[in-house]
Write a new protein. Structure first.
Ligand code: ZN
Length: 288
């Protein structure tokens, strides 16, 4: 099975884990932009990371990881929703070296925005980008924000993006060495194993001496979530004078979604409707 997120538990310990493989989802994203391999692999790792980190978010929640920098890569943004959809993009301005994050992003920072869903308050954490890899930077973020001890292993290539997460749950520690033992074993994983092995094989390879319970998998898919209504809303927020001036210069307003490349076009009549209608009455939100 591909494009799946699985959770697992090391029985009789406080260690829980997640594993994710993105195939068709990753391909769908790569079809939209031609990324240089180094940028592509960063984006794939980030996408696997948000898929893993969003596994505990409610259906209507979302998680956004954004990395900005002054270096060759200036933007990396990935988003996962509580119902298993992911999207993401990266922007770069010059040749991106393989190697560590500092060389790729320069002076960077990492912003994690969590909307837990169900009307609960949004949370945003901002930290300087530190560590040699994206997984190291994320682990640093968890440590700084005093969250549960969490380790991540991330890999991506032109075919697939994959990730493994281990977390030590709070509570009575029946087996104090378990997290250390589990992460030490996971540190022996090669990228290729993470990318290619099915979850059962991978868990057996790592934890055949532990009592592992693999829980049911859930699907992950690429879905942008942009719509004509949302773009219209964005134009309304921009304000009539601004939109009119674009209309005057260009004859129409064209907006391309950065995530999925979908194009939305508003002519003079559309713009008129947009600003005279205000909030459309219930039931009439879908037009065109
Ligand atoms: Zn879109």
């Amino acid at each position: 099975m591909t494009d799946t997120l699985n959770r697992f538990i090391l029985e009789t310990t406080n260690v829980r884990g997640e594993w994710v493989h993105l195939d068709a989802t990753w391909q769908a994203l790569l079809e939209r932009y031609a990324y240089p391999p180094v940028v592509r692999d960063l984006l794939g790792q980030a996408l696997a990371a948000v898929a893993l980190l969003s596994a505990t978010i409610k259906f209507d929640g979302s998680l956004i990881l954004q990395v900005t920098g002054s270096g060759p890569v200036n933007l990396l943004v990935v988003q996962a929703s509580g119902h298993g959809t992911v999207r993401g993009l990266a922007r770069w301005q010059s040749e991106v070296p393989a190697g560590d994050l500092a060389a790729q992003f320069g002076d960077g920072r990492m912003v994690m925005t969590i909307d837990p869903g169900q009307g609960r308050e949004r949370y945003q954490g901002i930290v300087p980008l530190e560590g040699s890899s994206l997984s190291a930077a994320l682990e640093g973020y968890f440590t700084r924000s005093e969250q549960l001890p969490t380790r991540l292993w991330l890999a991506a290539d032109g075919q697939r993006a994959a990730g493994l997460l281990l977390q030590a749950l709070p509570g009575e520690d029946r087996d104090p060495d378990a997290f250390n033992r589990a992460t030490t074993l996971a540190d022996t994983l090669q990228d290729q194993e993470l990318l290619e092995l099915p979850v059962q094989t991978l868990l057996h390879r790592l934890y055949h001496e532990e009592d592992v319970r693999l829980l049911d998998g859930s699907p992950v898919s690429f879905r942008c979530g942009c719509s004509r209504e949302r773009v219209g809303e964005m134009l309304r927020n921009l304000g009539r004078p601004e939109v009119d001036s674009i209309l005057e210069d260009e004859g129409r307003v064209e907006v391309n979604c950065e995530f999925c490349n979908a194009g939305y076009r508003f002519d003079a009549v559309d713009v008129e409707q947009l600003f005279t209608e205000g909030e459309p009455p219930p039931g009439s939100r879908t037009r065109h």
